[in-house]
Design a protein around this ligand. Sequence first.
Ligand code: GLU
Length: 484
Amino acid sequence: MSQPIRVRYAPSPTGLLHIGNARTALFNYLYARHHGGTFIVRIEDTDRKRHVEDGERSQLDNLRWLGIDWDESPETHENYRQSERLGLYQKYIDQLLASGKAYKSYVTEEELAAERERQEAAGETPRYINEFLGMSEDEKAAYIAEREAAGITPTVRLAVNESELYSWTDIVKGDIEFEGSNIGGDWVIQKRDGYPTYNFAVVIDDYDMQISHVIRGDDHIANTPKQLMVYEALGWEAPQFGHMTLIINSETGKKLSKRDTNTLQFIEDYRKKGYLPEAVFNFIALLGWNPGGEDEIFSREELIELFDENRLSKSPAAFDQKKLDWMSNAYIKNADFDRIFELCKPFLEEVGRLTDKAEKLVELYQPQLTSADEIVPLTDLFFEDFPELTVQAKEFMAGETVPTVLSTFKAKLEAMTDADFVVENIFPQIKAVQKETGIKGKNLFMPIRIAVSGEMHGPELPDTIFLLGREKSIEHLDNMLKQL
Ligand code: GLU
C-alpha cells in the first residue's frame, strides 16, 4: 500500500467525551502512531439541533487529558469543522445535481410521515418512494413549479442504484455486503436548512482530507453502504473501513448505555474523581483489543509499539468497572508519591483536611486508592467524631486484660513530650506496655487500635496514633477507659 496512512477521529460536539468515543479516538491514535501515519481530529457539527455549547473544547480537553495528541485539528488547521465547509459540500451537491445523480425532492415532512405510517400499518419496511414515479416530464415540471410557488424548500436526494451490491472487506469484521434495495430508497444528502447530512459530508471530508482508513464504532456499519454510494457517484476510491465491536456492560451483558448507573462512562467523570489518565488509557486500549498473552498493564509507548489492527476483536468488548478500578489502583500504587499527593490535595482541601499531616495521610493510603477522591472517606477516622463500635469490637473490649493495656499505654503517651511524639517512637511504647504487663499479640494491639480509632482495621497502628495526635489519642483512651 503506497498511500500514506491518515486516520481521523470525527466527534460531533453533542456532549461530553463518552468512553465509546474515547475508544474510537484512542484506536485511531494507536493505529496512526504505530504505522507512522497522521492522526486528525475533525469536528462534525452539522447537526445543529444536538449541538452543545463548549462540546468541542470538552472533547479536545478530555482527549488531551488521556494523553492523546494529534497532528491536524481545528486548533491548527482551517476549516476542520464541518460548519466551516459548507461551500465545499455545496460544490459537490451541485456537481451531483448537474450529472443527474442527485435531485431536488419536494415531498413535505407531513407527506413523508403519512407514507411511513401507511407502510408500517401494511407491515412494509419504511422507505422513501420516489415522488416523481410515473410522472411525465410535463407533470414533473408542473409538480415542481407548484411546490416552489407554495414556498416549499426542497431537500437534495441521492439517486440510489437499487440493483447494486455494496460490499467491502472490513478490517475488523471481514466481508460485508448490503443490497442497494435495502437502503430505504433515495436518501437525503442536503437538508432543508442547507446543511449536508452526515453520510454525505463525511465522504466529502474523508476524501478531501485523504483519509486512508476509517476506524469507527460498529453503530456506523449501516451507514457505510450509503457512503460507498457517494464515493461511487463522485468517482472516488473509498478508504478502508474498520468497525469496532460494541461495548457491553459486563454486569448486564447489554450494550453499555448512558443510563447504566453502575459505571462511569464519561472521561470527565474519571478526571474529576482523580483517576490517573494512563490507567484509563490502558483500560480503554483493552476494550475490544489485546496484544495476546496474560499481561494487562501497558504504557502508552508499549501500546503504540504493540498495536495490531488484526487483533481487534469481533466479539463485544466487556466494560468491567471492577477491572478498571483494579487497574487504576495498580497505577496509583506504583506512581510517585508527589504526583498522588498533588492529585489528592484538592479533595483534602475541600473538606478542610489539608493540614500538616496531609502528606503522611496520603502516603499511608496511597496503596489502597483507586481514585484520589477516596482519600476523604479513608481519612474520616482522623477527622470525624469517634464512631459507634461494632458488635464485634464491643465484644473484644469486654476482654479481661483490656483496661490494663489501655491504662498502661495511656500513661506511656502522657509521659512522652510533643518532641518525642514521632512515628518511630510509638511502636517502642507499645512494646513497653507488653514488657510491663506481659500481654502481647492481638490482646495488646487490638484494644489500643479500637480505643484510639474505633475500628478493628486500618493503617499501621503507630501511623494511626501518630496521625490522630498525642492529645487526641489520650482523650480517646480515656473515654474508652471510662466506658469500660
Ligand atoms: N460524527 C460521527 C460520530 O460521532 C463520526 C462518524 C464517523 O467516524 O464516520 O459518530
